[in-house]
Each structure stands twice: as C-alpha cells, then as structure tokens.
Design a protein around this ligand. Structure first.
Ligand SMILES: Cc1ncc(COP(=O)(O)O)c(C=O)c1O
Length: 494
C-alpha cells in the first residue's frame, strides 16, 4: 500500500479523478514499479487511502483492464497483466513489426529514384506556383516590412480571413471573418479541434476506412475511435445512428467529398441525413474538405458546410493537394459558440500561423491568381484522372480487381479478390519499384485488407500507363502464385 499512498489526485483538476488514477497506475506498470501478477489494492482500501469515492477506483481499474494493463479474477481482485510491452499497448500494433508499415502509419513512405509512386497523394513540386508566390512575398515585405515577421493574431491575419470569406461564397458557404480560424494546415486543424473537445476516453466516430493523420490525432488524445463503414454513397447511416446512441461521441469526423482513401462521395440524401442526425443528437461534425474543388464530369461536390443552416459543422479546409503543402496553411470555419475553445487550443499549439505566408496568400486570393491556379491544377489532374480511369479498365478489370470510379479527387480504391492481402501485394510491388498504399493502414484495427489505394497526384501522365501495365504484370504473378500456394496449403484429412 505504501506505493499507492504516493499517488496524488488533484480534486480541482479539469481531468477526471479516475483518469488521473488510471495514468498513475499505468505509469507504475510501465516503469516496472508494479510487476506482472502484482495485486492492486482492494477498491475500498484504495478509495479510503486516496480520499476518493469507490466509483473512481472502479472506473480506473476498468479502464486499465480495457487498455490491457491488468486482468481481473472474480473473487480475488485485480492483477497486473504479464506482458513485456505495456508501453506500446495504446498503439495497438496491427501489423507484424515492419518498418515500412510503421512509417506509413506516420504518413511517410520511402521513394527510390526509379520508382513510380501511386502511393503519394501530394502534388509534385513542378506544379507549385513558385514565381507568382515569390513576387507576392517580395510585395508583402516591401509593404509591411518587419510587421510581416511579428506574431500574428492567433485567429489569423484579418485581411486574409476577409479574403477567405469571399472565396467561400463562391462555394456556397456564407460566413464572416469572425468565424474563420487560420491554421497551419488541416492536420493542425484536426489536432486543435481534438484538443478543444476530446478528452481521454471520449468516443469519436470516424468513417472506416479513414485518413491516417486523423486516426493518429484521435489516438494521441486517448479517444475511443468508433468506426462506421463507408459505402460508395457515404457512411452507413443506420449504423451511425446506432453508434451515436450507444457511444455518445464527442464528434464525428467525415470527408463527404472524394473521401480519403476511398474517393467515395456522399449522396445528397446522406449529406442531409448526416446533418439531421447531428442536429437530433447534438453531435459536433468535423468536415474535412481536402479537395472538393477537384470534381470532374460536372459532379456537384457541395460541402456539408454549405448545407449547414443550423451552424453545427466545423469545416476544415486544406490547400495542400491543390496548392503547396509546405506552406502549412489552411483554415477552419467554426460555429459561433465554439470560437473560444478553438482559439485557446490554437494558441496553445503554435500561437499563430506564419504571418508572412498569410499575407502573401491573402494577395494571391485578392489578385485573382488563385482562380487561374485552381483552373490549371484541375486541368492537370483531370488529364491524369482520365488516363487512370482508362488504365483501370484496361489492366485491372481483367484481373478480377474491383473498384468504384470516383467522381473526382486524386484517389482510387481497389479491391483484390477474396483470400488476398494488399499488405503482401505492397511488398511485391515495392520490390518491383511500384508504390501502392495497402488498405490496412486506413483502418483503425484491421491488420490485413484486400483494399489498396492508388493516387494520381505524384505521377506524370506518361508514367500512369507504364506504371499500371507494370502493376498488372506484378499482380498477375502475385495472384497466380498465391492461388497455387493456397491450393498446396490444404491436405485431405481422410
Ligand atoms: C483527408 C486529409 N485531411 C487532412 C490532410 C492534412 O492536410 P494539411 O497538409 O493541410 O495539413 C490530408 C493530407 O494528406 C488529408 O488527406
């Protein structure tokens, strides 16, 4: 009991007491202070010792059990679980130890010079408007001098927020500069929102599969991630409603247009249904709009925010796929009642986004260069998109690989026939200098998947046909070899 007498519980802290206790015991286990099979104190004794309610101890022990730190024996008590690797339990390793997969979980992939990468969804640097931006940076420095290098307001440079209001009106979102929060990229936006609203143990609903960066952020907050399957026309709404009722999530994270990784877009009915559920159950929706501009064939890629008459959605906008990811610039549109929490979280993250970049981007929008640029990017991507559509029909369909053609965006989501894992396919392709992304990295707890993602952002038109032909050759061998090894794996038992 001496060990436990040292635990400090701060009754005035904003953090629940059971979470504080959970963390203290977890640390004692991770640091080896408590050893395998050590018994934790009985509930009443520990409650008396720490001066807290029995319920606090019960909840802390339950959470320790859920996280894999302890086990319970009916009638005997709670014991430390024997395992040498507690430190990593929260990471829920899905794959066997494999550095490539760990890197992909962290949003990185190694590309050798001679490789064709269908893995990266980041535009190649030759598409960046470097000259235009250089001239604007010079203009800003001549105009604003040292002010361009001072701290910017945490909410963002006011003229830029005004420009963004006018930019948004072209996409049917009518708001005010007061509702716009500048962020250092959409990834920071998701992080700031999580900091503001998600506490340890809270539930968050995500589409399954979903963007790996969002999974990482929610995990880092200690959130319970609840998956809802996504279909070609959006999330499974019945499942979503059931999970809202069961888990009472703090927020729902969704990409209604050209979802990453599937490329699926919500039907108009599902967009409306999502809004209706958010309103009925008073749940916050975070809409990640990372490229709704890239709609092809006249598809109407309305954002949820443009339909949000009740002001319930936090809209997250990234410019990384259509502008320059290294600029680290994006923005949020926030419901009025949430301004303060978001602003406090943003300030705690990095005080403010680069003032110099904000000022130059403001001029980029005001001078109308943005419009020309987006037109240019759309043409580039549309050409690649059409080539890829053609290649899928030519090379993938005959192999029995299934897919749904997206209505825009950069990603294609393909499915191998039954019995095959895209983890294995990834390795086979990587050895042959073709990069794909295995579907497993986009699921919160699925170590294997038949799906894989191909992106057209980082491949030139001439590489697409060449790369897809090569991919189909690799796959043909892969499918045949696996089929043969599957046959050999079974023996008659009679
Ligand atoms: C769906 C999605 N959201 C957010 C991000 C992060 O964007 P940013 O570079 O603006 O932080 C990405 C990047 O790939 C993404 O795919």
């Amino acid at each position: 009991m001496d060990l436990f007498a040292k635990i400090c519980i701060d009754k005035n802290s904003l953090e629940h007491m059971y979470i504080q206790l959970f963390k203290s015991i977890k640390n004692m286990i991770e640091q080896g202070v408590l050893k395998a099979n050590d018994k934790l104190p009985p509930i009443r004794q520990l409650a008396d010792l720490l001066g807290v309610n029995n319920v606090t101890i019960v909840k802390a022990y339950d959470l320790l059990e859920e996280e894999g730190y302890v086990y319970k024996k009916i009638g005997s008590g709670t014991f430390v679980k024997p395992s040498g690797n507690y430190r990593y339990l929260n990471e829920q390793h899905k794959y066997p130890v494999d550095e490539d997969f760990r890197q992909m979980d962290r949003g990185q992939i190694q590309i050798r010079n001679n490789m064709i990468s269908f893995a990266s969804a980041t535009p190649t640097p030759d598409l960046f408007p470097v000259e235009d931006f250089k001239n604007l940076l010079i203009e800003v420095l001549d105009r604003d001098k040292g002010s361009a290098f001072g701290y910017q307001e945490s909410q963002g440079y006011y003229p830029l927020r005004e420009s963004l209001v006018s930019y948004l009106s072209a996409y049917g979102i009518f708001t005010h500069a007061e509702n716009v929060q500048i962020i250092s990229g959409a990834q920071q936006g998701i992080d700031v929102i999580s900091k503001a609203f998600v506490q340890f143990g809270d539930s968050v609903i995500v589409e399954s599969p979903t963007y790996t960066g969002a999974i990482a952020t929610f995990k880092s907050r200690g959130a319970k991630i609840i998956d809802v399957p996504i279909f070609e026309d959006g999330m499974d709404m019945a499942d979503l409603e059931g999970k809202i009722l069961t888990h009472r999530p703090k927020l729902i994270y969704a990409m209604p247009n050209f979802q990453n990784p599937t490329g699926y877009s919500y039907s108009q009915q599902k967009k409306q249904k999502l809004l209706e559920l958010a309103s009925r159950y008073n749940v916050l929706i975070v809409e990640d709009d990372y490229l709704s501009e890239l709609s092809f064939h006249g598809y109407e890629s309305a954002t949820l925010k443009s339909l949000d008459i009740q002001d319930m959605i936090i809209y997250v906008k990234s410019f990384s796929k259509i502008f320059m990811p290294g600029l680290r610039l994006g923005f949020l549109v926030i419901p009025q009642k949430l301004h303060h929490q978001i602003l406090a979280a943003k300030h705690a993250s990095d005080i403010s986004t680069s003032g110099l970049n904000q000022r130059a981007f403001d001029l980029y929008l005001r001078k109308g260069i943005w419009k020309q640029h987006i037109h240019y990017m759309k043409n580039i991507y549309e050409e690649r998109f059409e080539i890829m559509v053609h290649c899928l029909e030519k090379y993938m369909a005959p192999l029995g690989v299934s897919y749904t053609l997206p209505k825009g965006g950069l990603n294609f989501w393909l499915c191998l026939p039954e019995g095959y894992s895209s983890n294995d396919l990834y390795h086979e392709c990587e050895r042959n200098n073709i990069l794909i992304l295995p579907g497993s990295i986009f699921f919160t707890s699925q170590g294997e998947s038949r799906y894989f993602r191909l992106s057209i952002a980082a491949v030139y038109p001439h590489e697409i046909d060449f790369g897809m032909k090569k991919l189909s050759e690799i796959m043909e061998k892969f499918l045949k070899a696996k089929a043969t090894s599957n046959i050999n794996a079974y023996f008659p038992i009679l």
